[in-house]
Design a protein. Structure first.
Length: 187
């Protein structure tokens, strides 16, 4: 397998070509100050959870214990969400592999993650996902404290598949070019 030297397009996209496949990796790292903010948020939220759990067990009155147990459940939901975002920003990457009639898409934490397989002959309408510049949800999708903001998508057997989390428009267009070339080459 004669792989070429990885080629970097954009700030976070690495393309590795070989005879058998094209592998595109999109890292999810953010700037150090943003990572520090996420860590601070995670630590502060952990402290709140310790307080909720303490009062859930230390309280004498049943109603206080019930309220603290409900607050702990609420806390746990958001703790899991922020922990996922923190680890996604530290070790996460999207891996898009084009080979022998298939497009494989993986959201990986390090090297682990579920791989979705798409047959190339069922892929249509590859392009940018349009969002309103004045939309509040569009603003949230581009925020570093969530996992989201997909920029590239395609139709696959009646459903829409999205990828390219929080890429700039320019980087998303470069990614579309690479995927389009791979679809033509390996179809």
């Amino acid at each position: 397998m004669s792989e070429t030297v990885p080629q970097f397009i954009g700030k976070r996209i690495k393309v590795q070509k070989s005879k058998e496949s094209i592998v595109v990796e999109i890292t999810q790292q953010v700037e150090r100050w943003q990572e520090a903010v996420l860590l601070g948020w995670l630590l502060a939220w952990s402290f709140c959870g310790v307080v909720f759990i303490y009062f859930a067990f230390a309280s004498v009155e049943f109603s206080t214990r019930l309220i603290c147990a409900c607050m702990t459940a609420f806390w746990m939901y958001f703790f899991v969400r922020i922990a996922r975002v923190f680890f996604w920003r530290r070790n996460g990457k999207e891996i898009i592999t084009l080979k022998s009639g298939k497009l494989l898409l993986q959201n990986a934490y390090g090297k682990k993650g579920r791989v979705e397989e798409f047959h190339m002959h069922n892929i249509f309408k590859l392009g940018l996902i349009k969002r309103s510049a004045t939309s509040f949800m569009g603003f949230l999708d581009d925020s570093f404290w969530i996992i989201g903001g997909d920029r590239v998508g395609f139709s696959y057997s009646g459903s829409e598949v999205r990828m390219g989390k929080q890429l700039s428009i320019k980087d998303a267009e470069l990614l579309i070019r690479v995927i389009t070339a791979g679809l033509k080459e390996y179809k």
